[in-house]
Design a protein around this ligand. Sequence first.
Ligand code: RAM
Length: 399
Amino acid sequence: MKKQVVSVLLTAAMATGMLAGCGSSTTATSSAASSSSTAAASSTAAASSSSADEESTSSSSTAAVSSASTEAVKSTSAAASTGKADGTYALVPKSAGNPFNEREADGFTQAVEAMGGTAVVNYPDQATADAQITVIQSLISQGVDSIAVAANDANALSAALQQAKDAGIAVCTLDSDVNAADRAVFCNQAGVQEIGQALMDAVLDISGGEGQYAILSATSQATNQNAWIDAMKQIAASDDKYSKLELVEVAYGDDEPQKSTDQTQALLTKYPDLKVICSPTTVGIAAAAKVLQDQGSSVKLTGLGLPSEMKEYIGDDDSHSCPYMFLWNPIDLGKLAGYTSIALANGTITGAEGETFEAGDLEGSPYTITANSDGATEIILGQPFKFDPSNIDEWAEVY
Ligand code: RAM
């Protein structure tokens, strides 16, 4: 009964979003996912306002409805408080060909266009800092008003981003950060500690409390994955309940499907007693899910996955490789970066702790800039959200 209501409400929210999407103009970016991303805009709140616990299904449906019904009210107030957006605002994702990054780009473009600005999304050739530096330098010569970057390295972009700042370009990060001095503020999908905790507890639960586990990460330099893995290690060392778990290896699939597949296979060969693989990357988890499920492996999987890519692998029985996983709304993360870029370029915010600003139809708006544990500033989109057999089908339609 409850599930049917959830479905109906979600469908209604999606229909509203799709209608709204019909009137919007297209941009330099791909509009392939535009109807689903607009739907997610309406149901945004699910990933950003619910905690990663058993209640997530009902919380998400409530949030989806409230977001859909307040959308009209919020969008009218956004322009006034964030200021005018008549410039060009650029996004530099981590890499091309990753559906997570494409949804992030959709959200960024939607937010910038909703404010009347021009969005430019320039993908680097590869998930490397060097490829991003080339893109950033080209954006500096184009004279864009802002650059939002999902960094492939914490330190290596420093000179290029300082050059952008010297040219008067507003700089922020999203998804994966750089050093605090090289950007005004970081748009963070969820707290690092919360993500580490959710992943470590999932490994503990799925392993039955003991045994070997491995991590299949993205690139070895990725700031976000490295921060989450460090948080997992600290959490594991801080409580006796994790003491019977053994982390055997952190492998890197570089956010490439084939390399992630090969690394999963290598882990299975190297560690015959392996119980769980945790993959904190949407590319890695999708590749690992397929390997494990196709082979009927007894090794189980968890991590951070895109519901649309993981739907067929989520299940409680032996025929599914992943009992549950987590993520947040990548479209909303892109939107947050879009609104942040405009607010920075307008001088509405500088990136300092305590500043607040409107972020259009995002459920968490207005957002307040906070300090993280390193003393740098960030804007937290929400909490990691749990996807399991009870809600995966619905969310697979959204992102
Ligand atoms: C991959 C990317 C991205 C990360 C997600 C969870 O798509 O590495 O940076 O946030 O996974």
